[in-house]
Design a protein around this ligand. Structure first.
Ligand code: BGC
Length: 956
């Protein structure tokens, strides 16, 4: 992640001013203006790809406005930036309506080059609009040989003590250097094996946490680039770093819980630092200060630092002003230099860094026995707290974290399992008070139990810092149902807590792994809340780095072996196909497909072989897995759907996605191959798993007593289940006639279950979409609005402010009803209903990749909801859809971004009067009416904001 900060900002302003004058000779005849310029999905980033992809959005007052051509100029200095001198790239006028995923096609780029760019567009009448503001990107270090810095470390393993947890202190590093005057530009390139915080002259550099991020450190590690020009001074400067075990050497997952032979040090024993400071002076001189054995090291106040287990800080051991010049480091040691692994890549960080999203003030303080206090932060989240305390030297404050309280008011920590999740602060006794925030740990919590205050604390003794990968917010959703609004809040907060460098299952217990099943089931839902393009650009690399020897994608990625039996699972592994497909559809990103195409093919070939030529999996095809058959419809509450049936459906579905992706990257032979696989597997599914008339069946007896399978309280598998039909419909595995029959079976099964859902992780995501698809929107709404167990409303009624792992994780007046070890209060899988909230309730669905075209086809609730207002900021601009039922009319408002086309489905009976912006639709010449389809009038519209009124007699 790179930071081009203030100085560049000013250069840009000056450049823009200069350019406006030198561009005046270009006639500007249109108001079509590019904005939100980004490179590789980010604003002003540092990248290390030779052909970074550029994007912009367009604004214009004109309705149905499009771009017919564009021109890009890129220069190595802002003053060169005009179409005559731009030294890196002058695209010339290109006839195209594309505004994103545009590959830079100028002069080859070298390390450290700063690129200044702008773009202009021509409108539908062929008139040019004004040039955009100037934006930038910078090239990172493109080859490993550019790294002069060495890996340095300080092996403190022997200082780890404790019976259960072996937690060594975090080493500090410092280096002083005298710099000359007139520094023009300075950059810090920094990474670590473990986590680092870097400081210069007493100040932390950047706002990021958990840098450099989690990767398979044997294969690659990322570096960050910071503009540190403003941090340096003439004369003495001090460069300092603190390094902790992090994901590299710390505890991971449930290794300790399952008594895995390895519980920490999954990638290495000693965390290491690599830092390179590059300075350029006004006179052209250059200087590099790089980590080596001359960096001094010591250990001090951070006695323990572990992601799962917490941080311990003894303020009495602080080195005052240690990262400032003049500190006496004569008793610090020389750093040890460690060898580089030849085949480990060092690359520019691709994701969104973890940062503080918000600060939360406690709502209440509850005094507990023994002088303890529980602070309630009012919201379950992932993060840390800042502690403010006054006391005597040596006083100890212990902080414990929990997501919930027992009915007697005590803190519930059972669901943390072996994650100690405890922070400790030992005071130095400053009479002014002291403030401390841990750096290298995080917890999933709403409540903090604090032990050690001598006096009754005030609310400001604790502040919650919400940590998350800084994925930009893109969605809004509001209705007149309090329950649905709370549900949406819960979904958003659960995503926030779990998109933390990798998409994790939960933020609290000893797990926090990038579970692939959860990731694939939820990804489409996630796209509506945040821009996850960069986040998944990073995680897809993690997932591909973790491919197993048999070519299968694993059950979590990165994939340290936290349990020897963990391997792959149908429904989980398909994240390797479904995630790139979703990123492609959402952002038009075909490069991701291209990059991982060979691995995707290998996976599907592996799965095809496993069908033994049948194109489906018969019962007991995955007995090699633990649990047998894989995780299947994990955490379903009713009939257990056989895992082999689910695997068969996933196989066919993925073949279909592969066909579409092959076409996106012009691999026609591959497309034909996967089309054939899809046709065969669809037929095989129909032949083997249905009665030919749309009823899904299996030979349940062949599973015997189900020993070794996930059956959760059930004694037998049952293919005639909500999950089976929901998936078969969603995945397009049935012909039209059987589709309707399957829809009816699904409704009947829901009725048999008292109108409740019974699906688990794999059945939930397609459930409401499948009901809508088969014309049962009414039943979908019933499930959405239900407040009895099991339902989203039940969680909300029981006080949830995040999505729970189980529907009844907590029941008011009853307490915790489940297996404490598997009872997370922050688990996004059941939040996958978001896909339906945006895609059906508000009706926003992607058409051509990147929402170049899309549909708005809202499903109007018969009861329970009268008003919905949603917006989604796509890569092509902001889409809006809102509807409101009034006494004798329905009002539908839509917003369509410039350069896109929307297919709007207006809910209306044939021939009901429809007004657009108060004018009868027949009189609106710019609206293309396509015709009536199943109680919707379909129209095609270009950009703009439109208000439709459908006049009804009885109300809708
Ligand atoms: C995780 C899940 C995951 C599952 C595998 C659980 O412990 O929390 O979300 O997908 O294991 O079935």
């Amino acid at each position: 992640m790179g930071k081009i900060k203030l100085i560049i900002f000013y250069i840009l302003i000056i450049a823009s001013l200069a350019l406006n004058s030198c561009k005046n000779n270009d006639a500007v005849l249109s108001d079509l203006t590019p904005f939100n310029l980004r490179v590789e999905y980010k604003k002003n980033p540092v990248v290390d790809t030779q052909k970074p992809r550029l994007s912009w959005e367009l604004i214009s007052k004109e309705r149905a406005q499009v771009q017919t051509a564009y021109e890009i100029v890129v220069a190595s200095a802002p003053e060169l930036l005009n179409d005559r001198e731009a030294d890196l790239w002058k695209s010339g006028k290109l006839q195209s309506n594309t505004t994103n995923q545009i590959e830079y096609a100028g002069a080859p780029l070298t390390s450290r080059t700063q690129c200044f760019w702008m773009v202009r567009s021509w409108d539908k009448n062929g008139n040019a609009g004004p040039w955009s503001e100037v934006s930038t990107w910078e090239m990172g270090l493109l080859s490993k040989s550019e790294w002069k810095a060495q890996w340095i470390g300080n092996d403190l393993t022997h200082l780890g003590k404790g019976k259960i947890y072996h937690l060594p202190p975090a080493p500090f590093y410092r280096k002083e250097a005298a710099l000359k005057s007139n520094i023009k530009k300075a950059r810090l390139y920094v990474t670590s094996l473990g986590l680092y915080e870097f400081q210069i002259n007493g100040k932390k550099i950047g706002d990021d946490y958990f840098t450099p991020g989690w990767t398979d450190y044997d294969k690659r590690v990322y570096y960050q680039t910071y503009d540190i020009t403003a941090n340096l001074q003439e004369g003495e400067n001090t460069f300092g770093a603190i390094v902790a075990d992090g994901w590299y050497a710390g505890y991971l997952g449930y290794a300790l819980l399952v008594k895995n032979p390895v519980v920490r040090n999954f990638y290495g024993d000693v965390p290491l630092l690599k830092a390179q400071i590059e300075i350029e002076y006004e006179n052209g001189d250059k200087e590099i200060i790089a980590s080596d054995e001359t960096w001094k090291t010591n250990h001090g106040p951070i006695l323990e630092a572990d992601i799962l287990n917490g941080e311990t800080y003894n303020a009495n051991l602080e080195f005052e002003n240690w990262s400032e010049p003049g500190f006496n480091d004569s008793n610090w040691l020389a750093s040890q230099v460690y060898d580089e692994k030849a085949d480990r890549k060092i690359e520019c960080y691709r994701g969104n860094p973890v940062q503080v999203f918000a600060e939360l003030e406690p709502k209440t303080i509850i005094p507990r026995e023994g002088g303890k206090y529980i602070f309630d932060l009012g919201q379950n989240f992932a993060g840390i707290v800042r502690l403010k305390v006054k006391g005597q030297k040596g006083d100890k404050i212990t902080l414990k974290f929990g997501e919930a309280l027992f009915p007697d008011g005590s803190l519930m920590t059972e669901n943390l399992r072996m994650a100690r999740a405890t922070d400790t602060y030992i005071l130095k006794g400053n009479p002014e008070g002291e403030t401390w925030t841990p750096r290298f740990t995080y917890h999933g919590f709403q409540y903090v139990e604090v032990d050690g205050f001598l006096e009754e604390p005030k609310l400001n003794a604790i502040t919650g810092l919400v940590l998350t990968s800084a994925t930009p917010l893109v969605g809004k959703l509001e209705t007149d149902s309090k329950m649905v609004n709370q549900l949406y809040h819960n979904i958003v907060w659960t995503q926030r807590a779990n998109y933390l460098d990798v998409p994790t299952d939960c933020p609290q217990r000893d797990e926090r792994l990038g579970w692939t099943g959860d990731a694939q089931a939820y990804i489409l839902s996630a796209t509506f809340n945040n821009d996850i393009s960069a986040f998944f650009t990073k995680w897809m690399v993690d997932l591909n780095d973790a491919i197993l020897e048999n070519d299968a994608y694993p059950i979590y990625a990165p994939a340290p072996k936290v349990r020897s039996t963990d391997s792959y699972s149908p429904g989980w592994s398909e994240a390797g196909i479904i995630c790139p497909y979703t990123i492609y559809k959402t952002y038009g990103d075909a490069r991701m497909i291209e990059k991982f195409w060979p691995q995707m093919i290998d996976y599907l070939k592996f799965m095809e072989e496993k069908t033994n030529g049948n194109y489906i999996y018969k019962e007991r095809s995955f007995e090699d897995l633990t649990p047998k058959g894989g995780y299947g419809d994990w955490l379903s509450v009713g009939a257990k759907t056989p895992p082999d049936l689910l695997a068969s459906m996933y196989f066919a579905y993925c073949a279909q996605l592969m066909q579409e992706m092959a076409l996106a990257i012009d691999k026609t032979a591959d497309a034909a191959y996967f089309e054939d696989v899809f046709v065969k597997s669809k037929k095989a599914f129909d032949d083997y798993y249905t009665d030919g008339r749309g009823r899904i069946e299996t030979n349940a007896a062949s599973y015997g007593d189900g020993e070794g399978y996930v059956l959760e309280g059930q004694t037998a598998f049952n293919a005639h289940s909500q999950t089976s039909y929901a998936n078969a419909i969603y995945m397009g595995l049935l012909n039209d006639e059987n589709m309707a029959i399957a829809g009816q079976h699904l409704v009947d099964l829901i009725l048999q279950d008292d109108g409740k859902l019974s699906t688990g992780f794999l059945g939930l995501k397609p459930l409401l979409p499948a009901l809508s698809e088969t014309g049962h929107s009414k039943v979908a709404y019933q499930l959405l609005l239900n407040e009895e167990y099991p339902s989203w409303g039940f969680e909300v009624a029981n006080g949830a402010n995040t999505i729970w792992e189980r529907w009844n994780s907590y029941i008011k007046g009853v307490g915790f009803t489940n297996n404490a070890g598997m009872n997370s209060f922050n688990h996004y899988a059941f939040g996958a209903v978001n896909e339906w909230l945006f895609g059906n309730m508000a009706g926003i669905k992607v058409g051509e990749p990147g929402y170049r075209t899309f549909t708005i086809r809202p499903e109007i609730a018969e009861v329970g909801i009268d008003y919905v207002n949603a917006s989604y900021h796509s890569i092509n601009g902001e889409i809006g859809s809102s509807w409101k039922k009034e006494a004798n009319r329905l009002i539908l408002k839509v917003k369509i971004p410039v350069n896109t086309v929307a297919h709007i489905f207006i809910p209306s009976e044939e021939n009901s009067p429809i007004l657009i912006d108060d004018k009868p639709i027949e009189e609106c010449v710019d609206v293309q009416v396509v015709g009536y389809e199943n109680n919707y009038l379909r129209v095609e519209l270009g950009s703009g904001e439109y208000r439709f009124q459908v006049l009804t007699n009885s109300g809708h």
